[in-house]
Design a protein. Structure first.
Length: 286
């Protein structure tokens, strides 16, 4: 009996010490750098805790951790119609992180980040994607996918900005029907062929312009050469006419000038033979 009493006396302090240790250790908690903590007292949210070591009251206080790190949500096979009534399935992904200041509101309203995503982000992204997609034709959304993604991003940001920071939205795939994709391919081939014909026509036009310009330049050069030659001939003729006119005037005004020129050109020799009755050059016998 005494042994039993001694055992009880030893067990009770040990039990008390054990529970005291449990209570002491459960009174402290650590919040990591990428988290925020919501403090619950008897189930009611009374505040939040920043990263670091914190104290809480045992039994009555509880801590719920909310991640502040970047998260990714994928949206696969969202059915929608383009502006020209072409059906398509869209796949995109959203990168986001929670606003630290909204930690308590997120828990109080949605219970967790996952609840916020399911009840707010997913419906909003789905509705915004369909609405924005309906503003594009099938051809324009293919040609300008970046603008489509930007418009979806802006539409989602306007609503989700209260709780979340939308980092980016990636349009991963837009899948049209097989028939439409084949028609797009044929249209693109036709456009390539038209572009090829247009380029050839432009090339031939440029070549013709070059040939025309070259021919015009050659014609202008020949005309300039002919004009120069005609001008030279005209000036030569005018010079010769002026010379003849001057000579005629000189002979008219000086009859003895002919005899003088003949005398200057005579070499002083008489002819070896003479025709009877003919005159001897440059000699006048009276």
């Amino acid at each position: 009996m005494e042994n039993d009493n001694q055992t009880i006396k030893i067990a009770i302090p040990l039990t008390i010490a054990f529970f005291a240790l449990i209570i002491a250790f459960s009174s402290w908690y650590t919040v990591d750098q990428g988290e925020r903590a919501v403090i619950l007292r008897n189930g009611a949210a009374i505040g939040t805790a920043e990263p670091g070591l914190h104290f809480k009251f045992p039994i009555i206080d509880r801590v719920v951790f909310i991640s502040m790190q970047s998260m990714k949500v994928e949206f696969d096979r969202m059915s929608s119609y383009s502006k020209d009534q072409q059906p398509a399935e869209i796949k995109l992904s959203v990168n986001f992180h929670v606003l630290p200041s909204s930690t308590q509101d997120i828990y109080s309203t949605y219970g967790s980040v996952e609840g916020l995503v399911d009840r707010v982000l997913r419906p909003k992204v789905n509705d915004s994607t369909k609405e924005v997609f309906g503003q594009f034709t099938a051809v324009s959304v293919i040609q300008d996918r970046a603008k489509f993604g930007t418009d979806v991003y802006q539409s989602v940001v306007d609503v989700a900005g209260k709780y979340l920071i939308i980092e980016s939205i990636q349009i991963e795939n837009i899948d049209f029907s097989n028939a439409y994709e084949q028609s797009i391919e044929q249209r693109m081939l036709a456009e390539v062929e038209v572009q090829k014909v247009r380029q050839n026509w432009e090339k031939e036009k440029v070549s013709a312009d070059i040939t025309r310009t070259k021919a015009q330049a050659e014609a202008d050069a020949r005309l300039a050469q002919a004009t120069a030659q005609a001008k030279a001939i005209e000036m030569t003729g005018q010079a010769e006419a002026s010379a003849i006119q001057a000579k005629g005037a000189a002979l008219r005004d000086n009859p003895a000038l002919v005899a003088l020129i003949q005398a200057e050109k005579w070499d002083g020799k008489l002819p070896n033979t003479m025709v009877p009755g003919s005159a001897v050059p440059f000699l006048s016998v009276k």
